[in-house]
Design a protein around this ligand. Sequence first.
Ligand code: NAP
Length: 279
Amino acid sequence: MPKLAVLGYPVAHSRSPAMQNAALAQLGLGGEWSYEAIEVAPEGFEAVVRALPADGFEGVNVTVPHKGAALALADEATEMAKEIGAANTLVFADGRIQAHNTDAGGVLASLPIAPGGVRALVLGAGGAARAAVWALGTAGARVDIWNRTPARADDIRIEFESGETIRIQVKAAPGPEPDLDQSVYDLIVNTTTVGLHGEDPFAHLPLRRDGFVPGQTVLDMVYGEAPSTLLAAAAAAGAGVVDGLEVLVQQGALSFKIWTGLDAPVDVMRAAAYSLDGS
Ligand code: NAP
């Protein structure tokens, strides 16, 4: 019986098992395939992964804090995973470990707009930001990055910018920069952890509560129960909003296809992901 899992630390809160098992059941694979959550600390990660194929696992999702380690231990990786510098999906085949990144595709699939030529602001410079900047940049958006620690944003620019192909500018600031004009952006993406534990985004990020405009799209990668404070303010101004759960659903759908070769039932996955408590 082929097995799948998500590996993280912690991972008990993950919505991926409910989402992926719902998809397997929908396609009549529920009796054959299974998907579980496995908590593994960083020091045990590589040994656990290497033991999984012998235990019947076909592949896994990998989440915080293991995405860099997953790429490092793989025998082969997609260009996308290599360029982003992280893998969230592993496939075990023919005694080898393949690394993929579906976070970037998940960001693009979640957007109601085509990113080509749009002006985008990405807040943050961690793992989620790398996937978002790479996705938007390669899709032709002009990307500005703001991060609390500007040097990390600059690292992404130096690594990803490539002449006319990926255009990135860093909005350097030692703290929230109220003068940043958020109204000029077609797309604003929050990839920071601000909001995860109830922090006020307008106290930590260079955005004004009343600064959103109709026609903009705002994506908050942080997800929880209710629309986030950020998305509530954006929606009140008439902007289009996308929450982080949609990105989770879309990256999960891409991983599902990689493992099973089948198109994922995205609506079923979305319903399962949104019906759970926790994040
Ligand atoms: P990470 O690598 O730890 O990066 C955290 C980012 O948040 C850094 O840029 C950090 O800035 C910034 N930050 C933290 N506290 C801040 C504050 N008080 N004010 C301003 N900036 C602050 O985390 P990650 O893996 O990128 O994940 C970021 C968020 O995205 C998490 O909430 C995660 O759950 C979410 N996420 C969602 C999905 C999805 O599918 N929806 C996928 C991946 C991640 P510094 O560099 O200055 O520390």
